[in-house]
Write a protein that binds this ligand. Structure first.
Ligand SMILES: Cc1ncc(C[n+]2csc(CCOP(=O)(O)OP(=O)(O)O)c2C)c(N)n1
Ligand code: SF4
Length: 298
């Protein structure tokens, strides 16, 4: 079969105003979105829209000043979030959302910095950055959409792909052990760790709200259907059917050690707010310990 590349219209900010005048603003969340970028690229049944809507709801209900908040994404279907939000957003290179966000936070400590990216972006190519930002307790909120595969590039296996799951690169089933992202984030030093699915939108909003009121490295994993890349080869059904599976096979266990938080291919899935602790951030310690010593020695 021959594919014809569709030529995309370049984004023109002047179109935005025209769209707003025509039909934008009908929904209360519209003020957070760039109408010139909608419709989005996500497949029917993809859970990404729910996660983005939950983020907007959390931000809106906390009355976060969008002029003082930045969203940083890597590359992938999840990374597209940066292009849809009408605020300071950065669509960085693959795997580099965390170092970009770290630099931003150090340069502008007064800003809320949120990293929004996929499991492959954050834990494969970007895995080293994530564990070290957690170790340093950088004051960042990381929302990781885990759809268990590289969605954007056609459904390859990655560090979260379930053992035995089929993907385009594991046609006989995956034989690698997957990461438990919540356990890894906790072991690396995160002060807040939660896991929800895109079915648990209200809990997810609460976690996002909490992250806006808490300092340190905060990590939220959101299990999300990718019916195109992962659902199809593994016969998980449509996005809606996967949402029903999340409803029927999830168990909320707040406060457990994330090490015990399983998330099997066809359930059971353990979700909840696993970790909530306090610890000085990198910038707290740097400003107090290092800058203090530098000024007293000079
Ligand atoms: C340096 C580099 N390597 C590889 C790619 C190709 N690439 C683009 S997105 C992606 C994977 C995205 O997977 P994930 O982060 O899980 O996000 P999803 O698309 O599933 O939301 C890859 C490998 C790239 N853009 N840059
Ligand atoms: S490929 Fe998967 S993750 Fe990407 S938009 Fe489609 S369903 Fe969503």
């Amino acid at each position: 079969m021959r594919y014809k590349l569709v030529e995309l219209e370049p984004y023109r900010p002047e179109d935005t105003q025209q769209k707003i005048d025509e039909d934008h603003g009908l929904h209360p969340d519209d003020k957070y979105l760039k109408p010139g970028r909608i419709p989005h690229i996500w497949c029917p049944g993809c859970g990404l829209g729910i996660v983005l809507a939950a983020f907007i709801k959390g931000m809106d209900s906390m009355e976060v000043n969008v002029d003082n908040c930045a969203v940083v994404s890597g590359i992938g279907c999840t990374g597209r979030v940066a292009g849809y939000l009408d605020m300071d957003t950065y669509h960085t290179t693959h795997g580099r959302a965390i170092p970009f966000a770290t630099g931003l936070k150090c340069a502008k400590p007064e800003m809320e910095v949120v990293v929004f990216s996929g499991d492959g972006d954050l834990f494969a190519i970007g895995g080293n950055h994530l564990i070290h930002a957690a170790r340093r307790n950088m004051d960042l909120t990381v929302i990781c959409v885990n759809n268990f595969n590289y969605g954007m590039t056609g459904g390859q296996s990655g560090p979260t792909t379930h053992m035995t799951a089929k993907t385009v690169t594991t046609p006989y089933g995956n034989c690698e052990y997957p990461f438990n992202l919540t356990h890894l984030a906790y072991a690396s030093g995160a002060v807040y760790v939660a896991r929800w699915t895109s079915f648990h939108a209200r809990y997810l909003i609460e976690s996002i709200r909490k992250c806006f009121s808490k300092k340190g490295f905060k990590f939220i994993e959101v299990l999300t259907p990718c019916p195109t890349g992962y659902g199809r080869p593994n016969k998980l059904g449509t996005g809606l059917e996967q949402m029903k599976d999340y409803r029927d096979n999830s168990e909320i266990r707040n406060g457990i050690n994330p090490m015990e938080a399983d998330a099997a291919l066809r359930g059971p899935i353990v979700v909840g707010e696993f970790v909530d602790q306090e610890k000085p951030t990198f910038l707290d310690r740097y400003n107090e310990d290092i800058l203090g010593k530098m000024s007293s020695s000079g």
